[in-house]
Write a protein that binds this ligand. Structure first.
Ligand code: SF4
Length: 222
């Protein structure tokens, strides 16, 4: 879209601070089922599922973890088998060598430093081998203590289209969103954008005509 149109569109919808409440309200109504798609039955399983989800789909991870979590129940279980066996068990999630190494390093640190429990703080989570800030954010939010806003490809695209950020870098986008969204909604907000991004605001062909945000969105085509 040419720059002048973008400027016009931004004026038409008004400042982001005035829109964010309505955006949250409408998306919550539109996607009441918005939640993490990875299946897990414990804090440890949640951590493992999120670690395995790098570079693959949630559906694929769920398929693998269904079997995996029956076999590996405690951190010790990941260390009790030869690494090749663990690699084979997570093979279908891709990057299996890297992921197996990260899982074993994480389990070792959980046992040595955290009494076998998953820590809740971002600073502690990012110390676990193979746990980057995005993974830590997802885990902390799911444990009920969001300390940041998860920025994935959908969150990035929708935040930009909705005029909530002009940044490209995920860390800077997160900073913009943290200033805008109330802390209580940090956990839910990315799920809402992800689900809206999957169902309506598709990457190539956004369905603006079916979008509940079209009057609040500077990128709307209707
Ligand atoms: S109006 Fe269009 S571009 Fe804006 S959020 Fe909705 S689908 Fe996406």
């Amino acid at each position: 879209m040419p720059r002048s149109f973008v400027g016009e569109a931004r004026k038409r919808v008004g400042p982001k601070r005035a829109r964010i409440g309505l955006i949250l309200e409408r998306l919550t109504r539109e996607h009441p089922d918005a939640a993490i798609a990875l299946r897990s039955g414990s804090e440890l399983e949640l951590l493992v599922a999120v670690m395995l989800s790098a570079q693959t789909t949630d559906v694929n991870v769920n398929r693998v973890t269904e079997r995996l979590f029956r076999k590996y129940r405690r951190p010790e279980d990941y260390l009790a088998v030869p690494v090749e066996e663990l690699e084979l068990d997570i093979y279908q999630t891709g990057f299996f060598r890297q992921k197996a190494k990260a899982l074993r390093g994480t389990m070792r640190m959980l046992l040595e430093e955290f009494d076998g429990q998953v820590p809740r703080g971002i600073e502690e989570l990012v110390r676990l081998p193979g746990v980057a800030r995005k993974t830590a954010n997802v885990v902390a939010a799911e444990l009920g203590e969001p300390q940041g806003i998860v920025v994935d490809t959908h969150v990035r695209r929708l935040s930009q289209r909705l005029g909530l950020t002009r940044q490209e870098d995920p860390v800077k986008i997160e900073r913009d969103l943290q200033r805008l969204v109330s802390r209580a909604a940090w956990g839910l907000f990315p799920h809402l954008l992800i689900w809206h991004g999957r169902r309506v605001c598709l990457a190539r062909t956004p369905r603006c005509e079916a979008c509940v945000l079209s009057d609040l969105c500077p990128s709307s085509r209707v």
